[in-house]
Design a protein around this ligand. Structure first.
Ligand code: CA
Length: 435
C-alpha cells in the first residue's frame, strides 16, 4: 500500500479545546497538526512544536510531563525536525495520534491543568519560527505542463512549446540548499550579468526582472542508499510532508546564463519555504488522481492506475507594495494540476542511483493552471512584462520592485475545516551596492 489510509485523526467532526483551532477557515485545526521548530524570547533554545489554531504546542514540555510517549524525547529539543523524522513513519503517526487525543475538546488532561497548559501552549505571535529542517540537498523540478507550455510559447515556438523530453522526463535540476530560508527572511535583489539580444557584451548590475515562483516542496522522510533507486510504488513512503515554496528567480540573469547547463546565479540568491511541515498523513483525505499522461510514461515512472498520487491544495499569491496597506491577490491555482507527481519525481531522481537523505527538499516547479489568473509567476502573469498587472493602489508591476512583499498561502479544503500551510512570505530589499 503506497498511500496512507484514513484514521481517527482525520475525523472532520473533531474539535479542540484550543478554541481558535475550531474556526472553519483556520489553517491549523486539530486535523492538521503540522510540525515546526521555534524559539521565544524566554526560551531561546529551539524546540519542536505542533501548530494548533493560533498557538504552538511545545513537544519538549509534553514529553517532560510524560503526556506523550516517544522512545527518544531528545529529538524535540533540537534545532531541526531531522532527528524526529529519522525515527520513522510509525513514530510520526504515533505522535500525531497522541497529540490529536490530548487536544480534543473532551480530553481534560491538559485542558484542565492550567499551569502545564500555560507552559505547553505558546502563542504563535510571540514565537520565532526557524527553518524546520536541515536541508542537505535541494532539487527543483519543472512539472507543471501549463507552466512549461507558457515558458516554451514565450521563448521558443507556441506550436512546439514543450521540448521533446518534457512528456517523458520529470525535468529537474540540482538547486542550492544553502540559500533556502524560512518565511519572513528578507531577500536581497541579486546583482549579476545580463545581456540584451543586440548587446555586444553583458552588463553587470542589479537584476531588473526579479520574479517569484509559486511552488510546493516535499521533505524526504526516509533516504535511500547510493546505487539503490526508490520505485514509484514505494516513493510516498519516503516523504515526510509538504511546505509552500517560493523559488525566487532573476529572469534576466537566467536568460543569459542558462545555456548550456541550466540556471545558476538566477536561482541561488534565496528560496523561501513556509515554517510548518504538513505531514502526508494530514493530507491523506485530500488525495486525487493526477492528470492523464500521454504518452504512457516509461515503466519505472508508472504506478497503479486510479491510485491517488496528486493532492488537492488550493494556492494563492499576494503582492503588497512597500507603500501599500492592502495586498493584491495576483494568482489562484491548485497543486492538483501538476502533470508529474511527487512519486514520479522521486523515482526519476533516484533511478540513476542518486541517494537522498532525511530533510532533503524537492521543489515541484512553478504551479500554473490553464487560465491567465492561475499562472504561478510574474513572467507568465505579465507575459514577460508585456502586459503589466495593475495593483489595488493603481501601481503597475511587470516584475518585483524593491520593498514588495510576496506571500504564498495554500490549504486543502475539508467539509468543515481546512488543512492549511501558513504563510510563505518574503520582502525584497535593494541590491547590494557595487563598490
Ligand atoms: Ca523553480
Amino acid at each position: 500500500m503506497a498511500l496512507l489510509s484514513l484514521n481517527a485523526t482525520h475525523n472532520p467532526l473533531l474539535k479542540s479545546w484550543v478554541e481558535s483551532a475550531n474556526q472553519i477557515d483556520h489553517d491549523f485545526p486539530i486535523q492538521n497538526l503540522p510540525f515546526g521548530v521555534f524559539t521565544t524570547s524566554d526560551q531561546p533554545q529551539p524546540h519542536v512544536g505542533i501548530a494548533i489554531g493560533d498557538a504552538i504546542l511545545d513537544l519538549v514540555v509534553l514529553a517532560e510531563a510524560n503526556l506523550i510517549e516517544c522512545p527518544d524525547a531528545s529529538v524535540f529539543n533540537t534545532s531541526s525536525l531531522n532527528a524526529f523524522i529519522e525515527l520513522g513513519a510509525p513514530l510520526w503517526s504515533s505522535i500525531r495520534a497522541q497529540v490529536s487525543n490530548l487536544l480534543q475538546i473532551e480530553n481534560a488532561i491538559l485542558r484542565d491543568n492550567l499551569e502545564l497548559r500555560g507552559q505547553a501552549l505558546i502563542g504563535q505571535a510571540s514565537a520565532h519560527l526557524l527553518l524546520p529542517v536541515k536541508i542537505g540537498g535541494y532539487t527543483d523540478f519543472y512539472s507543471s505542463k501549463e507552466h512549461a507550455t507558457n515558458v516554451g510559447s514565450m521563448f521558443r515556438d507556441p506550436k512546439n512549446a514543450l521540448l521533446p523530453n518534457w512528456l517523458e522526463i520529470p525535468i529537474g535540476y540540482n538547486g542550492r540548499a544553502s540559500s533556502v530560508v524560512v518565511s519572513d527572511t528578507p531577500i536581497r535583489r541579486p546583482n549579476g550579468q545580463t545581456k540584451g539580444p543586440t548587446d555586444e557584451r553583458p552588463d553587470f548590475g542589479p537584476c531588473k526582472k526579479l520574479d517569484f515562483e509559486l511552488e510546493m516542496g516535499f521533505i524526504i522522510g526516509r533516504g535511500n542508499a547510493l546505487g539503490e533507486p526508490i520505485s514509484c510504488a514505494d516513493a510516498e513512503q519516503h516523504i515526510f510532508g509538504m511546505v509552500l515554496l517560493n523559488d525566487w528567480s532573476a529572469r534576466d540573469i537566467q536568460t543569459w546564463e542558462y545555456v548550456p547547463l541550466g540556471p545558476f546565479n538566477s536561482k541561488t540568491f534565496g528560496t523561501t519555504i513556509s515554517p510548518w511541515v504538513v505531514t502526508m498523513e494530514a493530507l491523506a483525505p485530500f488525495r486525487v488522481t493526477t492528470p492523464a499522461q500521454e504518452p504512457k510514461p516509461l515503466r519505472y515512472l508508472q504506478y497503479q492506475p486510479n491510485k491517488k498520487y496528486g493532492v488537492d491544495i488550493h494556492l494563492e499569491v499576494q503582492l503588497k507594495p512597500e507603500s501599500g496597506i492592502q495586498s493584491c491577490t495576483i494568482c489562484q491555482t491548485n497543486f492538483k494540476h501538476m502533470y508529474w507527481s511527487m512519486a514520479q519525481q522521486l523515482a526519476h531522481h533516484t533511478v540513476s542511483g542518486c541517494n537522498t537523505s532525511v530533510g532533503d527538499l524537492m521543489g515541484s516547479g512553478t504551479i500554473s493552471g490553464s487560465t491567465s489568473d492561475s499562472f504561478g509567476s510574474l513572467l507568465e502573469l505579465t507575459w514577460n512584462g508585456e502586459n503589466p498587472l495593475t495593483l489595488v493602489d493603481g501601481s503597475m508591476r511587470r516584475f518585483i520592485q524593491d520593498g514588495d512583499e510576496v506571500t504564498l498561502s495554500g490549504w486543502a479544503q475539508g467539509a468543515h475545516y481546512r488543512v492549511g500551510f501558513g504563510l510563505c512570505r518574503g520582502t525584497i530589499s535593494p541590491a547590494k551596492e557595487l563598490s
